[in-house]
Write a protein that binds this ligand. Structure first.
Ligand SMILES: Nc1ncnc2c1ncn2[C@@H]1O[C@H](COP(=O)(O)OP(=O)(O)O)[C@@H](O)[C@H]1O
Ligand SMILES: [Mg+2]
Length: 378
């Protein structure tokens, strides 16, 4: 199989002929005269773990609730597996939703909580409990089947909720901030668990989160939301490496942004900036001389040296003074004051032991390749 065929197989969004599993078409939701979701169109494919990422109040939960059938769109259409969801009630959709609060029954044991949905559907006890055993094995809670929710840790409760929402074998699981109640360390472990479970079952997951690290860890693709619209959709690496806008560049990871005007739209692009002077940046299509642009530079793409690096057509170099160093163990964050007073954020890896690390008040040269500088037009 060729590389592209393989990519199309495991990454159907790269294949323009692949049929989406979920099609969101021009969906809008208004509450009175407030527009919570504004004309969103989005395709999601079978087996994806798609993350909707955005700040509080940007419309993530509202979009999820419309998919689940808990909220009726003001305009637009939702198709799941080719079927129009208009008028289809929540309990008739091939979806299930896992809430942040987990909503477990406090008086029921773990296994009864998980069995509840199947028993209510009229499945036999034997069949229901066979499925429960499978589910508890999947989320590694077999040993705790008889416990009540208050006898569990936060992470264990989260897994009960997950088992309960998966037992009815939904084709699409909607998870609203599923790890929101867990502390940082447990969250990170649970993220990998969630990926394992999703991959084992092959169920399509849509996960809402406001945590960019979580989205980067979990997602096959991320949809970045802002004020009711999706501003960019892409694989985590593409979003980080090629943000479309200042908003996305700044929202995902840390970035240095500079305003400027294109002088030469060639390769590299030459940009005049009031703050840094003449800069060289990664070539991109569609730029014209004189155009206003912004340059985005990730802190980890900058090198700091005590001596000036050799001049080159593809390297930007500026002198500065180290104003702050935050030693984080695996890396160090620097703030370098450039000659004109502008601060540059720089992150250096501590992968190799450095006998004589660059420190406060040192005069340094900050340098980076043109290819590390992205030209943004919005
Ligand atoms: N039922 C509702 N009535 C009025 N406004 C609502 C309702 N539900 C949500 N909103 C508003 O819509 C916006 C988006 O909400 P939500 O989708 O919950 O955001 P998120 O999940 O991204 O934090 C918010 O400003 C919220 O106050
Ligand atoms: Mg929400």
């Amino acid at each position: 199989m060729s590389d592209t065929a393989l990519a199309a197989d495991t990454k159907p969004w790269r294949d323009t002929t692949a049929r989406p599993f979920i099609s969101i078409r021009n969906i809008t939701k208004r509450f009175g005269d407030f527009t919570a979701v504004n004309d969103i169109s989005l395709d999601i494919y079978q087996g994806e773990l798609f993350c909707l990422l955005g700040g509080s109040g940007c419309g993530k939960s509202t979009l999820l609730r419309m998919l689940a059938g808990f909220e009726v769109p003001t305009a637009g259409q939702i198709l799941i597996d080719g079927q129009d969801m208009a008028g289809v009630p929540a309990d008739k959709r091939p979806t299930n939703m896992m809430f942040q609060s987990y909503a477990l029954f406090p008086h029921m044991s773990v296994e009864k909580n998980v069995a509840y949905g199947l028993l209510r559907e009229g499945k036999s006890r034997a069949e229901a409990y066979a499925r429960v055993a499978e589910m508890l094995k999947l989320v590694k809670l077999e040993a705790l089947a008889k416990r009540k929710p208050h006898q569990l840790s936060g992470g264990q409760r989260q897994r009960v909720a997950l088992a309960r929402s998966l037992i009815k074998q939904p084709k699409l699981l909607l998870l609203d901030e599923p790890l929101g109640a867990l502390d940082k360390k447990l969250r990170e472990e649970t993220q990998f668990e969630l990926i394992r479970i999703q991959e084992t079952l092959g169920v399509t997951f849509i996960v809402v989160t406001h945590d960019q690290d979580e989205a980067m860890t979990l997602a096959t693709r991320i949809g970045v939301m802002n004020e009711g619209v999706i501003t960019q959709v892409g694989e985590p690496r593409a979003i980080y490496e090629h943000p479309k806008s200042r908003f996305v560049a700044d929202f995902i990871g840390s970035v240095n942004l500079f305003e400027g005007q294109v002088r030469d739209p060639g390769a590299p692009v030459v940009v005049e900036t009031p703050e840094l002077g003449t800069m060289k940046a990664l070539a991109r299509e569609g730029l014209s001389a004189g155009q206003q642009v912004w340059l985005a530079l990730r802190p980890e793409r900058v090198s700091l040296t005590r001596t000036e690096p050799a001049a080159s057509d593809s390297v930007n170099t500026l002198p500065g003074v180290v104003e702050d160093v935050a030693y984080m163990g695996h890396m160090s964050h620097f703030r370098v004051r450039l000659a004109n007073g502008r601060m540059l954020r720089v992150t250096l890896s501590n992968r190799l032991h450095d006998e004589d690390p660059i420190s406060w008040d040192e005069a340094v040269f900050a340098s980076w390749n043109a290819s590390a500088m992205r030209v943004l037009t919005e």
